[in-house]
Design a binder for this molecule. Sequence first.
Ligand SMILES: Nc1nc2c(c(=O)[nH]1)N[C@H]1C(S)=C(S)[C@@H](COP(=O)(O)OP(=O)(O)OC[C@H]3O[C@@H](n4cnc5c(=O)[nH]c(N)nc54)[C@H](O)[C@@H]3O)O[C@H]1N2
Ligand SMILES: Nc1nc2c(c(=O)[nH]1)N[C@H]1C(S)=C(S)[C@@H](COP(=O)(O)OP(=O)(O)OC[C@H]3O[C@@H](n4cnc5c(=O)[nH]c(N)nc54)[C@H](O)[C@@H]3O)O[C@H]1N2
Ligand SMILES: [Mo]
Length: 756
Amino acid sequence: MGKPSKTKTTPIPKVAAGLGSLKSVAYHIWEETYVGRGVKTLFKLNQPRGFDCPSCAWPDPDAKDVSKIGEYCENGAKAVAWEATNRKAGPDFFKQYSVAELFEKSDHWLEKQGRLTHPMVLQKGDSHYRPISWEEAFDLLARQLNGLDHPDQALFYTSGRTSNEAAFLYQCFVRQFGTNNLPDCSNMCHEASGKALKETVGIGKASVTLEDIPKAELLMIIGQNPGTNAPRMLTSLQQLKKNGGKIIAVNPLPEAGFMGFRHPQKPWEWIGKGTPIQDLYLQVAINGDLPLLKALLKILLEEDEDAHGQLLDHDFIAQNTEGFPELKQHLKALSLDDLITASGVSEEKLREAAWMIRDRKKVIIAWAMGVTQHRNAEDTIREIVNLLLVKGAIGIPGAGTLPVRGHSNVQGDRTMGICEKMPKAFLDKLGEVFSFEPPRKPGVGAVGAVQAMLKGEAKVFFGMGGNFAMAAPDTSKVFEALRSCELTAYVSTKLNRGHLVHGKTALILPCLGRTERDETENGAQFVSTEDTAGRIRMSQGDLPPASEHLKSEVAIVCSVAKTTLGSKSSTDWQALGANYDLVRQKIEAVIPGFENYNGRVRIPGGFYLPNCAREGRFETDSGKAKITVNPLPQRDSNAGEFVLMTVRSHDQFNTTVYGLNDRYRNISNTREVVMMHETDIEKIGAQPGDKVRITSYFKNEQRILENFKAVSYDIAPGCVAVYFPEGNVLVALDNKSGESHCPASKYVDVTIEKMG
Ligand SMILES: Nc1nc2c(c(=O)[nH]1)N[C@H]1C(S)=C(S)[C@@H](COP(=O)(O)OP(=O)(O)OC[C@H]3O[C@@H](n4cnc5c(=O)[nH]c(N)nc54)[C@H](O)[C@@H]3O)O[C@H]1N2
Ligand SMILES: Nc1nc2c(c(=O)[nH]1)N[C@H]1C(S)=C(S)[C@@H](COP(=O)(O)OP(=O)(O)OC[C@H]3O[C@@H](n4cnc5c(=O)[nH]c(N)nc54)[C@H](O)[C@@H]3O)O[C@H]1N2
Ligand SMILES: [Mo]
């Protein structure tokens, strides 16, 4: 080793949004649309009569609270500019570049080529995609699907932008075709939240609405980066702060969004420090959340005993829950010191957090991927529920669970039946309304889909949106899996790697985006979505379609269904595809909570679906909320010396990379970096800026990522971070949560060495 290195830690901006956001928005709109189209569209964003923002699932404010220019944020505006772009990738483009040439380009470059304009086909052995008519495309698809030995040999993936109407018809088609193979992005996202919440409080969704947040006295944000991934949440947090509420952030990274916020639509806030968001920051070790929550509970229980039961809500516990005595016993047996060490947070800070919780009744806990993408995700989420239940902080205004969903309609897709194992009641009703016998054997989720392709059990991969090739874990295995298919087909708005890592035959079916007008022979149609708080709202685009050859997702599903199922289906697919009110009538007939769907969806602001936990009822098997005992995670004995997480930069939407800067982390011009604590960089004998090799370990397998630049960063020691999707090459397919099989893309054991 050379002489001790002097490291420089990357300074993190102390404030989010503000003028920087506006500059960035202006740049992206200019870049993509040369102003006119982009600005006009922004005015329609999240308006009661506009379209739902295609970026995140954060709820829109009530109609009365929306300003004339709607509500948007920097990243919502980027998503709109990205879709409303004037650039096009049509037949000439595909003639110019072979698939092999396109494969060599970066993901950023691929999407940058603009909107897909024509249906395209890559025939067996061809080097280039060629245009194909819609009729021929549907026939080809139907031939392939009907030629399979069994419907389970087909996989039907969904990404979370698909509207309720398209998603409902899609799953109905897939089940009439004869399979439950409906993997979706939720399998890699909030699957664990749905499972753990359903089991403990009776509903797998948030129990709070947007209106609850400013009413909370304390909000804990665990494993979420709202400044980047749900920027409009900062407006709610700012309101909470103005009302005297407190915020605790639990994160291995001190994210800029927690430090200060300047509202991008309130110019008087553009200068100055902005509203400080977090009152207490707990720099937890990666996956130190479960011991941290247990330590908080242990301190609270001890203090409650000292105070003769005056601190916790024992009436609520007695009336509404079961399992409290077992939890008490379990926590008594654990050593506080051990829990504190495992959490990575100091005792002083932990006690401060416990006191903040102790002294407040209305507590909301929000979480996202930092909690769900772990092997023990369900355990951590159940522990979050424990904390809320002992406080009686659920089912009252200003308190409850807040899993913050990702994709703008990922929650709606689940409600519509996009799931490999829907409950019996749903399947019974679907069969009754559409006069068929739905398959009962559960299908495969995202990880199961890759395994099925690798084993040769699945031969057709159909993607309703998304970019499965890059989003799924274990990139080289996913590529191998997709390449083994007879057919890969995607309904897409833009070119991505999924179109280039293809089966023997491949199809691209280009669709309308959310910003665009959707007209059928019955006139202008609209769709609807469900936000993270369970509110259903209409969404209607206004822009002329990027190409006259585009079809809506609804129309594509109906044509695929009609051509593939033929006389086997008694459903009038053509009528449904031409009039979305008819689709909503069917949804109403199948799914509880959608009474008078067509009436209520037209009310500005939409309507909330019923939510038992919000109403203080716990629809579990016993009728009580469950306080649970969850085991502590064990670290593998052969694990590497660091734990790696994959995170999003400020300049991407999942696999869509808008640019190479991460403004909120002061990292620019590259994504090939690994964020490390300065002492860890020293430990491996490197200096900031040195190129390193990252090796991940899972069971007896190793995976390698090379030539990444070490960046000195204020991250919990022993923890390192790279960007998603680049980091997916390191995530083993079997590295997933025990119960819901969500890839543990925030927990990868690695070693890091300086490259020669
Ligand atoms: N602009 C933009 N918006 C988006 C997206 C996007 O890519 N771009 N994606 C959308 C989607 S699909 C989703 S699911 C959401 C994702 O939203 P987030 O969940 O905020 O996304 P990530 O970047 O994965 O960040 C996870 C956060 O968890 C922290 N973290 C990682 N491991 C741990 C841990 O073990 N414990 C704790 N306490 N924290 C941890 C990371 O430091 C990071 O701050 O955002 C949605 N919105
Ligand atoms: N390592 C690692 N892996 C992860 C994650 C992580 O944090 N780390 N996060 C996971 C999470 S939370 C998620 S949700 C998944 C995301 O997985 P996906 O949802 O599959 O990925 P996206 O990048 O959102 O999909 C982008 C593509 O969607 C298409 N698209 C965009 N808009 C539309 C539309 O309106 N209609 C249609 N039909 N297509 C459209 C475009 O062609 C675009 O290329 O990735 C997961 N993978
Ligand atoms: Mo997600």
